[in-house]
Design a protein around this ligand. Structure first.
Ligand code: GTR
Length: 397
């Protein structure tokens, strides 16, 4: 290598290292004034006022902008999908639930990939049951511990009359910078790896949620028209992206998904685009890296994910001490994004309070929110508000 080039490369890597060390901002007075892209003006500059214009013009534009700039493509094509029941483990809750371990086998271009879905269906009452589906990145913990921590409170959900399912993200794309391609990216969609707007980890997990939905549509004991997709943190980012792409989800829930999920990137509070791309370079598309430190150049912000989920229901939750995920940004994002319900769909949705005054959960049709005390985690307290929100929404149908 010529000395001049190697010096430039050295300088570049030093600058990148320095940037990576920029500490997160937690000072509200240093948050930039928010100038957000308008969901209701098309790329051609035309106002979007009707459901027709929204669904035919603006919604596809926004979806494509998220795909191109943040999450990458979500390939929807495959040749075959099949579901088979495997029984390896005992059912931890034999008195109250039927437990099914389902292998979902997907084939494309002569190659196949298998992902595992764990499903619990109530024994009491009469199906088909509505289902809570969790994108799980903590699956390695024993089931009993998950039950205790409330991360996946199977018993509570079953007792309330819901079926519940979850898959371990690693069975779709490992959550690891070295091995993330060792799932569907290598077997089913290798061409994505060479694209700047190609799918990466989060997109793959969203794809996994869609295949779980394919299974629900084939399971007579489950009511796929009343399916709720839940994700915590990185799982919440994937859940929002799946909810935006796949209109079969009746409700999408993000728990503390923060940067690249629920919160507004332009606030640059807590985790930033640069910090997340540096920490997790395999989660988002390559194109997202161009916005490191340049959030204001993004043609979209995360409140527009909410508008992609409408008119279906959406719920965000935050934890007071989870400043890395920027609770205020999460609240503003749903407050601003949910304006689509009244403005386009003529449905009443109100977030009357400022973030600082927000205490009680907002349980109302279409869009809800809560902030609880404590740290970054998915707890029973969170789930019980999700269930309240779902009950209110399904009751209204
Ligand atoms: C953090 C990451 C966050 C969030 C979190 C989690 O380390 O910076 O974006 O995804 O992990 O998934 O718990």
């Amino acid at each position: 290598m010529k000395p001049k080039i190697s010096f430039l490369l050295l300088l570049l890597s030093l600058t990148m290292n320095l940037m990576a060390q920029i500490p997160a901002n937690y000072d509200e007075s240093k948050v930039p004034d928010l100038v957000l892209p308008d969901p209701f003006v098309s790329l051609k500059g035309n106002p979007i006022l009707t459901v027709e214009d929204w669904e035919n013009i603006r919604r596809p534009e926004i979806l494509r902008l998220f795909e191109q700039n943040i999450y990458g493509q979500v390939p929807k094509d495959f040749d075959t999908i099949s579901f088979s029941e495997v029984k390896e483990k005992d059912n931890a809750f034999p008195d109250i639930a039927i437990f099914k371990e389902i292998d979902i086998l997907v084939m494309r271009n002569g190659k196949s990939h298998k992902m595992r879905l764990n499903v619990y269906i109530p024994k009491k009452g009469k199906g088909p049951y509505p289902v809570f589906m969790l994108i799980n990145h903590r699956y390695q913990e024993p089931l009993s511990e998950l039950g205790e921590t409330g991360f996946w409170p199977i018993v509570d959900l079953i007792e309330k009359g819901y079926a519940t399912a979850s898959f371990d993200v690693d069975t779709v794309a490992p959550d690891d910078p070295e091995t993330f391609t060792e799932g569907i990216l290598k077997t089913l969609y290798p061409e994505q790896l060479s694209k700047k707007d190609g799918m990466r980890g989060l997109g793959a997990w969203a794809w996994g949620a869609m295949r779980a939905m394919d299974y629900f549509e084939n399971e007579p004991l489950i009511d796929a028209s009343r399916a709720i997709l839940v994700g915590h943190s990185r799982g919440g980012k994937a859940a929002l992206w799946a909810g935006a792409n796949d209109t079969r989800w009746a409700v999408t829930v993000s728990n503390e998904s923060g940067c690249g999920g629920a919160t507004l990137s332009r606030r640059k509070f807590g985790e930033t685009v640069h910090l997340i791309n540096n920490g997790f370079p395999f989660w988002f598309s390559e194109n997202f890296k161009a916005f490191n430190g340049k959030e204001e150049m993004l043609p979209i912000d995360q409140h527009m994910l909410v508008s992609l989920i409408a008119p279906r229901a959406v719920y965000f939750s935050s934890a007071r001490e989870d400043r890395w995920a920027d609770p205020k940004g999460e609240y503003l994002s749903i407050k601003l994004g949910s304006r689509i319900y009244p403005l386009i769909y003529g449905k009443e949705v109100n977030f009357p309070l400022d973030f600082e005054e927000q205490k009680e959960p907002i349980i109302q049709p279409y869009a809800g929110y809560h902030i609880r005390e404590g740290r970054h985690n998915l707890t029973l307290e969170d789930w019980s508000s999700f269930m309240d929100f779902v009950e209110m929404n399904f009751g209204k149908k």
